[in-house]
Design a protein around this ligand. Structure first.
Ligand code: TRP
Length: 338
């Protein structure tokens, strides 16, 4: 496959389903900013069509979509350099999604672990959209011929499915039209863990608010949550290797490293050997220093929803300029009368 013919283009998406955490920042948005800084073309999407695969209150969805946009912009995504937009404003996603519903196989979808996790025991009562979610995700990516997708570990399987769909489409129609997109899973904190349990992902839906840092938490709350974060009684080890069997300690050092743009080795060179009573306040200070300006800017942007909407409208226009011709060509390949 002539992959060299696809120019590098980065796409990623986040669901506007509310409750933004430090995990969304370090695991996703901060990495989106880094990709933007490398000078490749970047598209970042609020995937509202994905959000409604489970029930969303309409007013909350609207607010969460604007809040997610505000979060991205406040974190350093520049709507001039990146294309920042809302999925439902670019109908080509849903249009290509339908074609991919006809390419993807039932058996492929049934194997998706995110569906099994989200549908739980009551899969019969899950929406058809939740089952088909990964085909729409493939469309999000391939409607731009995106070559790279920064995501977390948990999305690897969806990226494999995206490649399976692209390959089957190319094969069935005898074309080399869609690229084989690669996930980009790099950085020290691609998966931020719960502050209460180092084996669980930090999550907005964890019943304990102490398990996570929310993007809106004030300085005192952040300090308190890190102070109370679960750890073992030993001081930090001297080296990165020493963190291997210490999930909670490792998570806190990874957060420290990611916030301060350090590698794990650099972080350990600074804080290795420290007792938690010394390390935790230092971590809290760094977190407050980095997160306070983001929450302040988010609040400012949220006071002016018209400005956010203008940014999203403009982003959608720019996105459609890329997606439109790719959808046209897809329809031609498939045999739709145009
Ligand atoms: N499935 C992703 C998640 O749950 C969100 C998503 C939807 C996405 N479409 C995407 C991520 C396209 C990357 C690319 O986090």
């Amino acid at each position: 496959m002539a992959e060299a013919s696809f120019t590098p283009r980065v796409f990623s998406g986040i669901q506007p389903s509310g409750g933004l955490t430090l995990g969304n920042y370090l695991g996703a948005v901060k990495r989106f900013v880094e990709m933007q800084e490398r000078g490749v073309e970047t598209l970042y999407c609020m995937v509202d069509l994905h959000a409604i695969t489970v029930w969303q209150d309409p007013e909350a969805l609207r607010r969460n979509t604007r809040q997610l946009a505000a979060f991205m912009i406040a974190s350093g995504i520049d709507p001039e350099r990146s294309i920042v937009f809302n999925q439902s404003q670019v109908p080509e996603h849903a249009q290509l999604g339908w074609i991919f519903n006809c390419v993807a196989r039932m058996g492929w979808m049934k194997r998706m672990t995110q569906f099994k996790d989200k549908a739980g025991k009551n899969a019969e009562n899950a929406s058809l959209g939740l089952f088909g979610y990964p085909a729409l995700m493939a469309a999000d990516i391939l409607i731009y011929h995106a070559t790279h997708v920064p995501v977390g570990e948990d999305q690897k399987q969806h990226l494999e499915l995206t490649r399976d769909i692209a390959a089957k489409f190319n094969h069935d129609y005898g074309v080399e039209f869609f690229p084989m997109t690669e996930p980009v899973i790099e950085g020290v904190a691609t998966k931020v863990m719960s502050l209460r349990d180092g084996s669980k992902k930090m999550s907005k839906s964890d019943p304990s608010d102490m398990s996570r840092i929310n993007m809106g938490d004030d300085a005192d709350t952040i300090a308190q949550k890190f102070r109370k974060a679960r750890t073992d009684p030993e001081p930090l080890p001297e080296t990165v290797d020493g963190l291997a069997d210490r999930a909670e300690a490792r998570n806190l050092v990874a957060i420290y490293a990611a916030l301060g743009d350090r590698t794990m080795e650099e972080a350990m060179a600074e804080v290795g050997g420290q007792p938690f009573a010394q390390f935790k306040p230092r971590l809290a200070d760094l977190a407050v220093e980095k997160l306070a300006p983001i929450s302040a800017e988010m609040t400012r942007l949220m006071d002016d929803p018209a400005q956010i909407d203008a940014i999203l409208n403009r982003g959608a226009e720019r996105a459609r300029a890329i997606a439109g011709p790719i959808l046209d060509r897809t329809y031609d390949i498939v045999g739709m009368v145009r």
